[in-house]
Write a protein that binds this ligand. Structure first.
Ligand code: IPE
Ligand code: IPE
Ligand code: MG
Length: 246
């Protein structure tokens, strides 16, 4: 297993101890465009290109679970033309994922799909179903995702089960809540990477990041490179994680 494509790495010094789940907050697209005097949607297009490049690299170096924050429950506040561009890019991603990734990648969407156009929802579900049996890497894309929304959603499911007599309130545990999250069965986030200079989570996987390590950089997402990812992974390897112990 450790042999996964290590030949492709940019840095020769990648650690053996890779995070089980890396969460990427793809931020800074708008500022990338603004710096070039372009409208914000150009930044999203460039960000989408970079998403493909980084996903491919993650696969080459053998990362097993990667998640990408693409659109938050709060991002609906943005101008219509910007939202429109982002929705068109999701349609392209879905077609592209089949083309640009070689086989054996499972794809999961994190978030409430019901807000999207019917055709987009169907494409997302089809892609999840078609890739459900793949085991080499799991690629998660957070769309219409909010950590608080996800926890409220899980609470509603458990409350319904309790009302129906399927469980007792005492049966509700950290594990049973985890089992109702969009990330069911996926390891908690070990490393969060946020480019663009912002030092916050912005409602990303707040439950799953309880003990995550963080890597922040001023680089804007469209410029975030495989070499920068190597740096983040080396940095992660040097952290001393205690999980409340000594
Ligand atoms: C991240 O880039 C993409 C989305 C939130 C959809 P931004 O669009 O937030 O870029 P900045 O932060 O304005 O530069
Ligand atoms: C977080 O970025 C959401 C995504 C990257 C999809 P935002 O740009 O929306 O976050 P804030 O508003 O700066 O916190
Ligand atoms: Mg932003």
């Amino acid at each position: 297993m450790a042999l996964f494509g290590k030949k492709e790495t940019i840095s020769n010094a990648l650690p053996e101890n890779l995070p089980k789940h890396v969460g990427f907050i793809m931020d800074g697209n708008g500022r990338w465009a603004k710096k070039r005097g372009l409208p914000r949607p150009f930044g999203h297009k460039e960000g989408a290109k970079n998403f493909k490049k980084i996903v491919r690299y993650c696969k080459d170096i053998g990362l097993q679970n990667i998640s990408f924050y693409a659109f938050s429950t709060e991002n609906w506040q943005r101008p219509d033309d910007e939202i429109h561009t982002i929705m068109d890019l999701f349609r392209e991603y879905i077609v592209d994922v089949r083309n640009f990734l070689s086989e054996n990648t499972r794809m999961i969407f994190l978030g409430d799909k019901s807000a999207f156009d019917e055709d987009l929802q169907e494409k997302m579900i089809k892609l999840e179903e078609d890739t459900a049996h793949y085991t080499e890497m799991t690629l998660m894309m957070a769309v219409n995702y909010g950590g608080r929304d996800e926890i409220a959603h899980a609470a509603r499911i458990l409350a319904k089960k309790a009302v129906n007599g399927e469980i007792h309130p005492e049966d509700i545990t950290e594990q049973s809540i985890s089992n109702e999250l969009y990330t069911k069965g996926i390891p908690d986030v070990d490393l969060v990477i946020r480019p663009s200079g912002e030092l916050r989570l912005s409602n990303y996987l707040i439950w799953q990041c309880a003990y995550a390590e963080y890597y922040f950089t001023d680089i804007l997402w469209p410029d975030f490179s495989p070499a920068e990812l190597d740096k983040a992974l080396i940095d992660f390897d040097n952290r001393h994680r205690r999980f409340g112990g000594v």
